[in-house]
Ligand binder design. Structure first.
Ligand code: M6R
Length: 614
């Protein structure tokens, strides 16, 4: 989730302006930053970029901050290629006349890079983005004008992008386009602004054009020409912004947690992007691991903390079901001291959103010392865990600001599902038809999450009813028990109400003694084969006057209003993937209860986003 800003107009100090606007996009995360400026008479575009905070770039400006001219600027949240000066944007073509910034992922960059390299283009970075600027250069060399060259380049790429392009040949123009990554244009008087998001331009204008997928824009000081990618003229309504900056940074949501819950469909799409072939098989171009090695593992150990650990629990159920290999999930802080059974035939999957959790990093090192092959499933590119693991698969959730993890969890699940399917596919455990069936279910997840998010009235009503509960139990069996643990963690973290997850059948072996009026029980029942058993468990708690909520599959009546006080229905997918949907109402329940209780939702007491001490 990179940040983009741009400016065309006559102001002196436009570089400063573009960087100030970038600061308002810091919530999008960043690991490096860069700027390109071009003025009439320049023979090349001036580009400056630096690893780290925006302050590092500002310190290196040496006079450029007073410069006017047409500017594009960028904060990078790395996806392909480590965070460093060279991989930072803007990227330039071989002549230095064109500079380009990009937010998104170019899926087919490897084949394009091979072709362009063979044609003599020299690449400076490891990024997917750089192919775009060389492609534009290649189309220019065929005699196209700049605009036509950019359109032709975009027609060749697959993936997600919001791009801005400047050239010394047209120093008072920015070309921009978007598909599946956000881009807006702020409209001024004799000047115009570009950004990934509205807060960036709010210091200068509140009139914006929100570009839609497939839009292409030519932006000059005098105006904006909008067309489709193929050149058909377009009209978009001007949106007048009435929010304050802080609300706008949260996309209009009251808290980052809520925004990030709503980011989930896109986060899942981004995590699936490029990992599914046209025939719906699983592919991981980033893996170096030979198939023979993958098939040689006789056990899998998953090591993680908190929400990432909970994702691992759902992964274990899926892997044992699919691969019939023993899988162990260990809390990272315990792993090292448990003298774990790990050797050279162990695959250790290390899960972490931040990639910096000290306990998880220590677990990774321990697994390596014992000879395991380590595969990191991580969100933050270039983080310590990503760097130290033998293999890394990124989740592409984008930056997660709220301490309570939401979109990281669902993308960790999706990453784990893909890894399991990949192993099963490579060892022919599942025929191509069955892999394709699973993949088709995965591809439907984003839309199914959108369905849940489209109407949250019932969840908000349950939150109001249960907000004063003294304690919560989250019950489930099998896959439902795995996701119950994440539901309980979410609730306790943001509402400060005591919550525990139990296998539904285990309650009667002790914890049932705690059930009394004032206690609430959330029962997750998405596995049809287990309905009868879960019904009896619900009866045990309602007989003791607990309030009960059921989370069930739409269309299934195994657990309905006859058994529980309230029912929350989620769309149906394969039983093994139900945690990715069942978690969403639990995240929202935690959020709305915390909100009703007036909690510090994005920064709960005593907690930090990334725990870098053991
Ligand atoms: O960055 P990591 O995924 O390694 O973090 C692990 C836990 O600290 C984290 O998941 C924590 O439990 C969250 N606050 C839960 O919402």
């Amino acid at each position: 989730m990179c940040g983009i800003t741009g400016y065309v107009g006559g102001r002196a100090g436009s570089v400063r302006l573009a960087l100030d606007n970038l600061k308002r996009l810091e919530y999008r995360g960043y690991d490096s930053a860069g700027v390109a400026v071009v003025r009439p008479g320049d023979t090349q575009v001036t580009v400056l970029k630096k690893k780290g905070k925006l302050a590092n770039l500002e310190a290196a400006l040496s006079g450029l901050d007073k410069s006017g001219g047409t500017v594009i600027a960028h904060t990078r949240w790395a996806t392909h290629g480590r965070p460093n000066d060279v991989n930072a944007h803007p990227h330039s073509d071989c002549t230095g006349k064109i500079a380009l910034i990009h937010n998104g992922i170019i899926e087919n960059y490897i084949s394009l890079k091979e072709r362009l390299t063979a044609a003599g283009h020299v690449f400076a970075s490891d990024t997917d983005t750089e192919v775009l600027v060389h492609l534009v250069e290649a189309h220019l060399a065929r005699g196209n004008g700049l605009e036509a060259a950019i359109r032709a380049a975009l027609a060749e790429v697959t993936g997600a992008y919001a791009i801005c392009v400047v050239s010394s040949e047209e120093p008072e123009t920015i070309y921009a386009a978007k598909t599946a990554s956000p881009l807006i244009i702020g409209l001024g008087e004799g000047e115009n602004f570009l950004a990934s998001d509205i807060p960036a331009v709010m210091g200068f204008t509140r009139n914006v054009l929100v570009l839609e997928d497939g839009d292409f824009a030519r932006i000059t000081p005098e105006g904006v020409t909008l067309t489709t990618l193929s050149g058909t003229p377009l009209q978009r309504d001007v949106f007048h912004v009435t929010w304050d900056v802080s609300t706008a940074q949260k996309g209009g949501y009251a808290h980052f947690m809520l925004k990030e819950i709503y980011d989930q469909p896109q986060a899942i799409r981004d995590t699936l992007r490029g990992r599914v072939t046209e025939t719906h098989q699983v592919t991981f171009p980033e893996l170096k691991l030979p198939t023979a090695k993958l098939l040689d593992f006789n056990r899998i150990v998953i090591v993680a903390c908190g929400t990432a650990y909970n994702a691992g629990l759902a992964g274990k159920n899926f892997y044992e079901h699919l691969l019939r290999r023993p899988v162990e999930v260990q809390v990272a802080s315990e792993f090292r001291y448990n003298d774990p059974i790990v050797d050279s035939r162990t695959l250790a999957i290390i899960i972490s959103q931040s990639g910096e959790t000290a306990d998880t990093l220590a677990g990774l090192r321990e697994a390596k010392i014992k000879g395991a092959t380590t595969l990191a499933l991580v969100n933050v590119v270039g983080s310590s865990i990503a760097r130290e693991a033998d293999e890394v698969i990124y989740t592409y959730a984008g930056p997660e600001i709220s301490v309570a993890s939401t979109k990281a969890y669902v993308t960790q699940l999706v990453g784990l599902y893909l890894i399991g399917l990949y192993i099963a596919q490579e060892e022919n455990k599942l025929g191509p038809g069955l892999v394709a069936d699973y993949v088709e279910q995965l591809l439907r997840l984003p839309e199914q999450v959108e369905t849940i998010l489209a109407d949250t009235t019932a969840i908000q009503e349950v939150a109001q009813t249960l907000k004063d509960s003294s304690s919560f139990f989250f019950l489930g069996r099998g896959f439902d028990y795995a996701v119950a643990q994440e539901g309980a963690l979410k609730l306790k973290e943001v509402s400060y109400i005591h919550a525990e997850a139990y296998p539904a059948g285990e309650l009667k072996h002790g914890p049932l003694a705690l059930v009394e009026p004032g206690v609430s029980v959330v029962c997750i029942a998405t596995q049809s084969s287990l309905y009868d058993k879960v019904q009896s468990n619900v009866k045990e708690v309602s007989a003791r006057d607990a309030s009960t909520v059921g989370i069930v599959k739409a269309g299934d009546e195994g657990l309905n209003e006859h058994f529980v006080d309230s029912i929350l229905r989620v769309p149906a997918t394969h039983d093994t993937f139900m945690p990715a949907l069942a978690i969403v109402p639990m995240q929202l329940l935690a959020y709305y209860i915390a909100d009703a209780l007036g909690r510090e939702i994005d920064q709960p007491r005593n907690l930090a986003k990334s725990v870098t001490v053991e």
